[in-house]
Design a protein around this ligand. Structure first.
Ligand code: GUN
Ligand code: ZN
Length: 478
């Protein structure tokens, strides 16, 4: 079968892609709003106006109701929902996790999803919660894998198959089983049982789980983050390689009077002004109904996805992630991924601009990549590395080469002053983090060369790292 997922643009581990389904394609990253036929705030037929190309619904809820089941089997799920685009169905795993038991086997619910014409079907995976013992997570993931294998045999139609990756917070299991599942003929890879991590703001743990799954999975597979629906974490999740999201959060938050924004959540009752220009918020009435609040939540969610997609096209996804990760829990996640994902640098596409948004920008993969490029520079003899060329002009004749320095990158030859990243970077006056990173690159550079280096520096470069540098270079305070 030809690949159903085509990637057209990339930045960080994020991408813009196209997932083909029997009812048309879904442009990713995409949010599939969850619709519950028993509890409908916004009808599926209205979802397109907010930007939804595809929906998610729960096949088990339909199956359990004799009326809905009969209607779905006779007319198909698209006609039952009144939506002719792609529909992904979940299996009842969430009910299994909540009630401990459900009255159906995985094979039956997969066949039901196929028979009602679902575009993407899901077997009954076991959503093992975070922090459970390794042996329990292993036992449960083995059951999940068996059910996925069984589903690949009984699918046999147009329906795409979702193969959920479980494993609790055990990163070895997440990675190992992602690798195993990506060899099966499944089409979409959801990362499961992360809702408890998101609900408790454990975004660093969530990021580690996503990174472990991505390490195991082939990079060309579409990844779904089950139950993720808050726009404040979309940029982070997309940068880590998630392509699809599904969530009832827009409606659940509305029920609680919670107003979503790309930087967090407000209680609607605490807002004197509405910081949003969607049709609901710009109507002038601050007293939103539950339905209007749900509509706003959808508008901001889809608007954030547009922002993310444009950032991918512009090569600015890191910048966007840094801007979004300002809540302490998200900032923790950003710092965690910067430490933990060495492969960021290897996949970093070529860029033409670098905007320093915060001290975290100094740890961007482009900075680490810069020193590799720099190491190709052929140098011998006496080298002057200066933070202020005006003050060192008169001594340059004593050296074979003069290099300048720009934080957070490090040394550069004057002829590279206009090229990326030195010239094409917007950086404020050096701060502690950017000087630290420039020094690190400087030390690595000097160590790799057989040169006699002098570092002539201005006052603001007086940094802890000078002590280390002093064993490789002569220091000269200007
Ligand atoms: N919805 C939220 N989390 C999960 C999960 O782990 N599995 C399934 N099937 N659906 C979910
Ligand atoms: Zn709004």
């Amino acid at each position: 079968m030809p690949d159903r997922f085509e990637i057209t643009h990339k930045d960080v581990f994020g991408r813009i892609g196209k997932l083909d389904t029997p009812h048309g394609h879904i442009e990713t990253p995409a949010l599939l709003p969850v619709v519950n036929l028993n509890l409908m705030l916004i009808a599926p037929s209205e979802m397109r106006q907010f930007g939804a190309e595809a929906l998610m619904t729960n096949a088990y809820i339909i199956y359990r109701s004799p009326r809905l089941r009969a209607a779905a089997l006779s007319a198909g799920i698209h006609s039952l929902l009144g939506f002719d685009g792609p529909i992904m169905t979940d299996s009842g795993s969430f009910q299994l996790a909540t009630y401990g038991d459900i009255e159906i086997h995985s094979e039956e619910i997969v066949a039901f999803q196929r028979d009602v014409g679902s575009d993407i079907g899901t077997p009954i995976d076991i959503p093992t919660p975070p922090d459970v013992a390794h042996d329990r997570a292993l036992r449960e993931i083995d059951v999940t894998v068996e059910r996925i294998q069984e589903a690949t045999r009984c699918c046999g139609t147009d329906m795409l198959l979702a193969a959920p990756i479980q494993g609790s917070t055990h990163l070895d299991l997440r990675e190992q089983y992602a690798g195993l599942l990506s060899k099966l003929s499944a089409d979409v890879y959801p990362i499961g049982a992360v809702v408890p991590l998101m609900e408790s703001y454990r975004y660093a743990d969530l990021s580690n789980v996503i990174m472990a799954c991505k390490t195991g999975l082939a990079l060309n597979k579409p990844v779904h983050l089950f139950g993720a629906g808050h726009p404040m974490m979309f940029a982070l999740a997309v940068a880590l390689g998630c392509d699809l999201f599904d969530s009832a959060a827009y409606a659940l938050y509305a029920r609680d009077g919670r107003y979503m924004t790309p930087s967090g959540t407000h209680k609607l009752k605490d807002l004197t002004y509405l910081p949003c220009a969607c049709p609901v918020c710009s109507s002038g009435d601050r007293k939103l109904t539950e339905r209007e609040l749900a509509e706003h939540n959808l508008w901001v969610s889809f608007s954030e996805l547009s922002t993310i997609k444009q950032a991918i096209l512009d090569g600015q996804l890191w910048e966007l992630v840094e801007r979004r990760c300002r809540h302490p829990a998200l900032l923790q996640a950003l710092r965690t991924i910067q430490e933990g994902f060495a492969s960021f640098e290897a996949i970093e596409p070529l860029k033409h601009s670098f905007i320093y948004t915060s001290t975290e920008s100094a740890a961007r993969p482009e900075v680490a990549r810069y020193v590799k490029k720099l190491n190709r520079l052929d140098l011998t003899g006496r080298v002057l590395i200066t933070t202020n060329r005006q003050k060192t002009r008169t001594m340059e004749h004593e050296f074979d080469t003069t290099l300048l320095v720009k934080a957070p990158f490090g040394p550069y030859p004057p002829e590279l002053a206009e090229t990326y990243p030195i010239g094409q970077s917007e950086v404020p006056d050096p701060d502690y983090a950017s000087i630290k990173s420039a020094m690190k690159n400087l030390i690595e550079f000097i160590k790799s060369k057989n040169v006699e280096a002098t570092f002539a520096y201005d006052e603001e470069w007086d940094h802890d790292a000078l002590a280390e540098l002093s064993s490789f270079a002569t220091l000269l305070r200007l």
